[in-house]
Design a protein around this ligand. Structure first.
Ligand code: TYD
Ligand code: MG
Length: 453
């Protein structure tokens, strides 16, 4: 018989297990993602026929559809991100870096719902007293919410059942441990097993389950990433370190559209919904400044005007720096190549920095043309025209490609006082009176000439 390996190395990204450590997971290619842990025990295979005592199939017409009985959380921006509220039996994963506000939002939601529903808040990270201190700060001390400071999975499941909780919050899933497993709390095996049993419980009983999970900047900690496929909805918290705004984005949602965005402001009394955020991410300049461009981004069903800033400066390094915050680095490299090839703008010897105001993640290609324009504007120390928004995806051939939902974006820009829009020619057809002057362009060099000559 082959000897059982003492430990295995599990990938925190894809969950694959390997006999030895690799710097890069051979399965999914993630770097520095393998952690050592005890192997999962293989159960004995049972004889055929032993599975006939469990659930029976039901003909589809006899099954009552779950329907759309949604439970609004009472927090508008959270309901927006959830696609209209909580669905019975749904499991929601709330991920984000430590300190971003996950526990705050969960406590606000739990206390709001506790007046009409049985809510159990399981706290594994903080003591009940610490949670109460937060509740006091949030002004929800009177809420009939049940608090349980516990990390043992069996106890948690037992109490959920005893309390017949309709909503359960587990903060955080990384602190929960199944005593039957050897691995340490927070390891991939523990997090996955505990989450699986909690999810099973939620599905069997119709309990709404919110799992809070930490991710570090590198996404290295075991948790959210290995759980994403087990849950119905994944919400991620984004926000600038030290900044007051928090964005809650649905990355996956079985019950609604993805990329719906909830916007909050962190105040002394908790997270406050920001219902009209479209002007939030424009910085206030008296005069237009070089390197700044405004793009009308589309976040789910809502247009959001965002300013992005570029700084181009001669580099002392042999390998100049390429730093992109809020824009994908690969996208930036691609744009630099297109700028050189099709617009004759060479930035090889320049450090290039891109930053999106307010910590917004501007990964949609519709921002390409604005990024390119901001770069050239900074390089030439010439500001882009005032009150102008720039929209368009840039292709490798230098062409400016159409973007989706152009009408909504333009309307929002007009509402906020923008006068002019540089847009892809392909998007300009069938636009009736968007309320600002349109300048359709077909190519990147044409757009740059229009904006900066
Ligand atoms: P928290 O919800 O504990 O973050 P997480 O659970 O994601 O780790 O939020 C922590 C931060 O929020 C902390 O720095 C304090 C701040 N905060 C406020 O500014 N106002 C408040 O009312 C509360 C409760 C927290
Ligand atoms: Mg917390």
């Amino acid at each position: 018989m082959a000897k059982r390996p003492k430990t295995v190395f599990a990938c925190t990204e894809c969950g694959a297990q390997h006999a030895k450590w690799f710097g890069k997971c051979p399965e999914c290619g993630a770097w520095d993602a393998l952690t050592e842990e005890a192997p999962a025990l293989q159960g004995e295979e049972k004889p055929l026929g032993s599975g006939l005592h469990g659930g029976r199939p039901t003909p589809l017409p006899e099954v009552r559809p779950g329907g759309e009985a949604r439970l609004p959380t009472g927090i508008g921006e959270l309901d927006r991100a959830l696609g209209g509220g909580l669905v019975p039996g749904a499991v929601i994963l709330i991920g984000g870096e430590p300190g971003v506000g996950k526990s705050t939002l969960q406590l606000q939601m739990a206390s709001a719902l506790a007046s009409g529903h049985r809510v159990l808040y399981v706290t594994g990270e903080e003591s009940s007293a610490q949670v109460a201190q937060r509740a006091d700060r949030l002004g929800v001390m009177d809420s009939p919410l049940q608090l349980l400071a516990e990390t043992d999975l069996d106890t948690i499941l037992g109490r959920l059942q005893e309390q017949e909780a309709e909503l359960a919050i587990v903060d955080s899933v990384q602190t929960v441990a199944d005593a039957g497993l050897q691995s340490a709390p927070g390891s991939v095996a523990q997090v996955r097993e505990c989450a699986a049993r909690l999810v099973r419980y939620a599905k069997q009983t119709g309990t709404i389950l919110c799992l809070v999970g930490h991710v570090t900047k590198e996404g290295a900690l075991a948790g959210p990433r290995v759980l994403e496929h087990m849950v119905d909805t994944v919400l991620y918290f984004e926000g600038e370190q030290g900044g007051q705004y928090r964005l809650v984005r649905a990355m996956k949602n079985r019950f609604g559209s993805v990329n719906e965005l909830g916007v909050f402001r962190m105040t002394g009394g908790g997270l406050e919904p920001v219902t009209n955020p479209s002007a939030l991410f424009l910085s206030e300049h008296e005069e237009p400044v070089p390197g700044a461009a405004v793009v009308a981004s589309q976040e789910g069903t809502r247009p959001l005007l965002v300013e992005l800033q570029a700084l181009v400066a001669e580099s002392p390094l042999t390998q100049p720096r390429r730093v992109a915050i809020g824009v994908e680095r690969d996208r930036l490299s691609l744009l630099l190549a297109v700028l050189y090839r099709h617009a004759g703008v060479a930035l090889f010897d320049q450090d290039v920095f891109i930053n999106v105001v307010g910590g917004v993640d501007l990964s949609e290609p519709a921002a390409d043309l604005a990024v390119a324009a901001a770069l050239v504007s900074s390089l030439r120390s010439r500001a882009l025209p005032e009150r102008t928004i720039i929209l368009g995806e840039v292709g490798l051939a230098g062409e400016v490609r159409a973007v989706g939902r152009i009408e909504d974006r333009l309307k929002e820009a007009a509402k906020l006082g923008f006068k002019r829009a540089v847009i892809p020619a392909g998007s300009a057809e069938d636009l009736d009176n968007p309320g600002l002057e349109l300048q359709p362009v077909r190519r990147i060099e044409q757009a740059l000439e229009l904006l900066l000559e």
